[in-house]
Design a protein around this ligand. Structure first.
Ligand SMILES: [Zn+2]
Length: 128
């Protein structure tokens, strides 16, 4: 009996993990679709675009010919859920907007830190 209870708990934990992963990748996909629709000619357009869509205040922390690090202050996605839960929609949106600007289709965006500080702010890294 005890053994069975423990097994149930493990299964529900696994189910929960799968649900979270599925939701996050669905949010990333949706963000990407919304992001790629925008007319972004350069990086300042991409940053402006994030602000204009009410996702937060974006600024570039680091830039090279193969990666880009962006900080979003007053992250709307963190405010909507709770800080630190992971902002997959914004990650996807950033990826889409950067593609619209002409970055390669292989580009992907990962969130490096989520919900830090009181604003809260999130840091995203795009690489291609
Ligand atoms: Zn975040």
């Amino acid at each position: 009996m005890l053994k069975a209870d423990r097994l149930d708990a493990q299964v529900s934990c696994l189910d929960q993990a799968y649900e979270t992963v599925r939701n996050h990748s669905a949010l990333y996909e949706q963000g990407q679709k919304d992001g790629v629709k925008n007319t972004c000619l350069d990086l300042s357009d991409v940053l402006f675009c994030l602000n204009r869509h009410g996702l937060g205040y974006a600024s570039v922390i680091q830039e090279s010919n193969s990666h880009l690090v962006v900080r979003i202050q007053q992250c709307r996605e963190c405010e909507r859920q709770s800080p630190g839960c992971g902002c997959s929609y914004i990650a996807g949106f950033l990826a889409g907007a950067l593609r619209a600007m002409g970055k390669p289709a292989t580009l992907s965006v990962h969130e490096v830190s989520c919900g830090e500080g009181s604003s809260p702010s999130c840091v995203f890294m795009a690489s291609w």
